[in-house]
Structures are given as structure tokens and as C-alpha cells.
Design a protein around this ligand. Structure first.
Ligand code: ACO
Length: 331
């Protein structure tokens, strides 16, 4: 008989029933008050004091790789950078993802080792000092996505780490798991969907037709959260706090209600609440990122969670090797 394996972690609790997230004992509301440096400290311990130095040292290496970045999707480019530069410590891996994101946009930007990570990455990515609301928005976003249990990319990282491979190989594999639209890649398509809804005269009809064609509404549904994804409300508030999204936010909130009503009529037994990606789309767009970059911005925040799990898996010393139940196939 096969039994489903339950994994144990001390890093976070993703409570699907209550719609709650706790990271190292802290609530999501606590996490969004942390700077990106404090968040890194919480997930990875003391070592990230080296983060600023890592940004400064790795920037020239990443710049030298930029000729190879052009034909790649942003997440593929991040993976290339992770595999190619001297990124053998957690601080260097965190720095690499942020730098790759920023230097792809602004090749000549220089890192400031004294600055907070989010602020420095944003300054480099935009090519000028960010406004306070932009830094606060990126910090809130990274706090929401830094860690989230055994999701697809984190589990991938743990599987690779469980073989005894190093953190760099595990982060590279996690980036591969992020490339599909079902995990992490939804905020770009959410924005496309909102654009289409804005253009059409009968949004409810548009949604119904989309569902009838068997297509999914991006930014809705979650494997664990069945009632509510707690990150949605935090991100909606972060959108409000920018002070620049009033009209867009009002429209998105109206479309959320409309789509939720259509989804519950279409799948009465299957709650499909909005997920983290829905308001992320608005927030990252307002900060100034392009929609094809959204998954890479997500990765640059989620890398903290990946690294915490890689370390926890390494310490356990156990190989992850699930059993499959074989069913004889008869045509
Ligand atoms: N729109 C329409 N129908 C949906 C949606 C959706 N967003 N999500 C699930 N369904 C339907 C499925 O078609 C399926 O119907 P069926 O039983 O008739 O085949 C049923 O609901 C169950 O779907 P599953 O894929 O089994 O549900 P699961 O819990 O595995 O899916 C997932 C979770 C992948 C997030 C899904 O809800 C989805 O594809 N959402 C859209 C993509 C998205 O927003 N991804 C971001 C997730 S958050 C993150 O990864 C950071």
C-alpha cells in the first residue's frame, strides 16, 4: 500500500481552511511592515548582511552576460545569470536575481551597497531614484510573495536540494518551475484580461464565453486557499496606498466581483477566489515594470523562500522520492 508523504517545515504555514499565512511565526500583516533587508534576515538569518556587497561585486559579471539576454524571456535570463555568475552563497543568489532584473533594463546602473535591497534594485531598474510609494509597493509585494510553503517552484528547489546538489542548482531549477502560466506567471495575463474587459461593452458576456471555451480566468483559484487568499487584501491595500490607482482599482474590484459571480455559476461546487496574482498585476504595473517582467519580479522576491527551504532540506539530509501508484492502462 502506498501512503501520501507529509512534509514537515518550520518556515511557514499556509492555512487553506482559514485563509491565513504565517512565516516563521509572523502574520502577513507583520511581514508587510518589514524592509526587504529585515525580510531576508527573517527567512535566512544573519548571513544576508552581505547582500549589499554581493550586489556591488556581481553587477559587472551580470553586465558582461547581457548580450545573451536579448532573445530570452526575463525568467530564462534570470536562470542564465544564476548558472553563469559566481553565485555560491544565499546573499549572492538573492543579489543575482535582483541585479539580473534591473540590469536587463538599465545595463549601466551601478549598485549601492549601503542601500536597502528593494530600494537599490528599483533605483537601478528605473534608472533614477524611486519615489517613496514605489519602494513601499515593491517591499509590500515581496513581503507577500517571499515565502509560501510547498508551492511548485519551492518544492522543485527542495527536490533538487535533497539530492545534495548546491543552492545554485536548486534555485536554477525553481526558476524553471516558474515559467508555466499556472504558477507565478499569471499577473501579466491578468493585466491583458483587464485590458480586454475594459474594451468590451459586456464584460459578463465576455467572461461567460471565455469559460465556455474551457479557458481559465487568470488570477482566480488556488490549490490550497479555497475561501480566500490572504495576500489579495494586503495587495489591494498596497494598490490603494500608492495613491495612483484609484480608477484602475475601482474597475479591477468591480471585475473581480463580476468574475467571481460568473465562476460560481459556472463551477458551483468549486470556490475559485481571487489569488495573489490579481492585484499584483496592478501594483507591478504602477511601479513601472512591464508585464513580461512580472514573473521575474516575483522570482526576485520568492528567492528568499526558496533559499530557506533549500537550507531546511539540506539539514534534513533526506532524499525526496515519492512513490507513484501504477495503474495498468488499457485502451
Ligand atoms: N478559471 C476557470 N476555471 C478554473 C480556474 C480559473 N482560474 N481555476 C480552476 N478552474 C477549474 C478547472 O478548469 C477545473 O475544472 P474541471 O474540474 O471541470 O476540469 C476545476 O476548476 C479545478 O481545477 P484544477 O486545475 O484541478 O484546480 P487546482 O486547485 O489544481 O488549480 C490553479 C489551481 C492552477 C491556480 C488554477 O486555479 C488556475 O489555473 N488558475 C488560473 C491561473 C492562476 O491564476 N495562477 C496563479 C496561481 S497563484 C501562484 O501560483 C503564485
Amino acid at each position: 500500500m502506498t501512503t501520501a508523504e507529509t512534509y514537515v517545515t518550520h518556515i511557514s504555514l499556509v492555512d487553506g481552511e482559514r485563509g491565513e499565512l504565517r512565516v516563521r511565526g509572523r502574520s502577513l500583516e507583520d511581514l508587510v511592515r518589514l524592509s526587504s533587508g529585515e525580510l531576508a534576515q527573517l527567512l535566512l538569518g544573519e548571513r544576508l548582511i552581505e547582500l549589499g556587497t554581493a550586489r556591488q561585486q556581481l553587477a559587472p559579471q551580470i553586465r558582461a552576460l547581457l548580450p545573451w539576454a536579448r532573445p530570452l524571456q526575463p525568467v530564462e535570463w534570470l536562470r542564465l545569470a544564476v548558472d553563469a555568475v559566481d553565485a555560491h552563497t544565499p546573499a549572492r543568489l538573492v543579489a543575482t536575481l535582483g541585479l539580473a532584473l534591473a540590469l536587463r533594463r538599465q545595463p549601466q546602473a551601478e549598485a549601492d551597497p549601503e542601500a536597502d535591497h528593494a530600494e537599490d534594485i528599483l533605483r537601478m531598474a528605473l534608472g533614477h531614484p524611486p519615489e517613496h510609494w514605489q519602494v513601499a509597493a515593491l517591499q509590500a509585494y515581496w513581503a507577500c510573495v517571499a515565502e509560501h510553503g510547498f508551492n511548485a517552484s519551492t518544492f522543485t528547489a527542495r527536490v533538487v536540494a535533497s539530492t545534495g546538489a548546491g543552492a545554485r542548482a536548486a534555485v536554477s531549477a525553481a526558476l524553471g518551475a516558474l515559467q508555466g502560466p499556472l504558477h507565478g506567471g499569471a499577473p501579466g495575463p491578468v493585466l491583458d484580461m483587464l485590458d480586454e474587459l475594459e474594451r468590451c461593452s459586456e464584460p459578463a458576456h465576455w467572461i461567460r464565453q471565455k469559460l465556455a471555451r474551457g479557458e481559465r480566468l487568470m488570477g482566480f483559484g488556488h490549490r490550497i486557499y479555497r475561501r480566500r487568499d490572504p495576500r489579495v487584501e494586503v495587495l489591494r491595500k498596497a494598490c490603494q496606498a500608492t495613491g495612483r490607482l484609484a480608477e484602475r482599482l475601482e474597475f479591477a474590484t468591480r471585475m473581480e466581483a463580476l468574475a467571481s459571480a460568473e465562476l460560481s455559476a459556472f463551477k458551483p461546487g468549486r470556490p475559485l477566489p481571487t489569488n495573489v496574482e490579481y492585484y499584483t498585476a496592478l501594483l507591478l504595473d504602477a511601479i513601472g515594470f512591464e508585464r513580461q517582467e512580472f514573473a521575474a519580479v516575483f522570482a526576485a522576491g520568492r528567492v528568499l523562500g526558496w533559499l530557506a527551504h533549500i537550507e531546511e532540506q539540506r539539514r534534513s539530509g533526506k532524499l525526496i522520492r515519492p512513490e507513484a501508484r501504477y495503474l495498468e492502462a488499457f485502451d
